[in-house]
Design a protein around this ligand. Structure first.
Ligand SMILES: [Zn+2]
Length: 293
């Protein structure tokens, strides 16, 4: 567990670290990857149509107003963060994740981002643009661009407005609208909104949504200057973990990594064949030092 984390930031003596050159992630530290969806909001605010400007897909969504969608995510964030154990306090770790997120967001023409930690293996996105990765998942990845792959996939759920569409499917339109009205008027509806979002967050995205997010993640990796194969690397890690006795938490909302690997692999090959994958500006860098057990 106590592996040196060599993310590419200026090294400084962390004092309590037991491993020179790396640092320990305190077991109960929850990283807070705080991807704030300000740019995403601006992006979506340009349209009032239910045709998704990013994916081109016509969607039935619960919340038409992008400002409300962002407000919903912002209102529910504190509860989601609390349930996940809190935000990571290590500024260097936070900077590392946020820096990756910023690259992806810039590449997408949309957002901004952040990191959240607990020992569970998970990652999630809130409606409107906040993206989180737990330290539990982070510690199982090998390279920095795989972290970017996880963030890119979650940003894909945001741009695809998948939570929003899920809410529509659940026919909770009126309930959500009421909750948001309460929440945005005096703040007393935070718990209610949190419950609605928590329900959606525990609902499995469909296979189509997962694949769309995987592909958007691949696109963002390429546009941000990373190798697209980092996405298959992430899925392989999840596939390996799912073979254990207890699959990671992320499997409850992100099923079937094995079947997604072949689809993502085919997509990347297609892009390469079309000459759409330039040499990466950021070659993969190992996250962990040789001091790792
Ligand atoms: Zn997903």
């Amino acid at each position: 567990m106590a592996r040196g984390f060599n993310f590419p930031l200026p090294q400084q003596d962390s004092g309590s670290s037991q491993q020179p050159g790396g640092f320990r992630i305190p077991p109960r530290l929850l990283i807070a990857l705080v991807l704030v969806g300000v740019a995403v909001a601006g992006y979506f605010m340009k349209t009032k149509s239910v045709e998704n400007p990013y994916t081109g897909k016509v969607q039935r969504i619960a919340i038409l107003d992008e400002k409300q969608e962002v407000a919903l995510g912002m209102q529910s964030a504190p509860e989601m963060i609390r349930e996940s154990g809190g935000l990571v306090r290590d500024e260097r770790l936070k900077d590392f994740v946020e820096n990756l997120g910023r690259k992806l967001v810039t590449a997408s023409g949309a957002v901004e981002k952040g990191c959240q930690d607990d020992e569970t293996v998970n990652a999630f996105a809130l409606p409107g643009g906040q993206v989180f990765i737990t330290t539990g998942l982070l510690k199982r990845l090998q390279y920095d661009d795989e972290v970017a792959g996880v963030l890119g996939h979650e940003i894909g759920h945001v741009l695809g407005r998948h939570s929003n569409a899920q809410m529509a499917k659940a026919e909770m339109f009126a309930q959500i609208g009421g909750a948001i009205n309460v929440a945005t008027s005096d703040g007393t509806g935070t718990g209610q909104v949190g419950a609605v979002v928590a329900h959606v967050m525990t609902t499995k995205f469909g296979r189509e949504d997962e694949l769309e997010s995987d592909k958007i993640g691949v696109d963002l990796l390429i546009q941000a200057g990373f190798r697209p194969e980092a996405m298959t690397g992430v899925l392989q890690v999840l596939a390996d973990l799912s073979k254990g006795q207890n699959g990671p938490d992320i499997m409850s909302t992100h099923p079937n990594p094995e079947s997604r690997i072949s689809e993502v692999d085919a997509y990347i090959k297609e892009l390469r064949a079309a000459g759409q994958v330039p040499q990466p500006r950021y070659p993969p860098r190992p996250l962990w030092g040789s001091a790792a057990p």
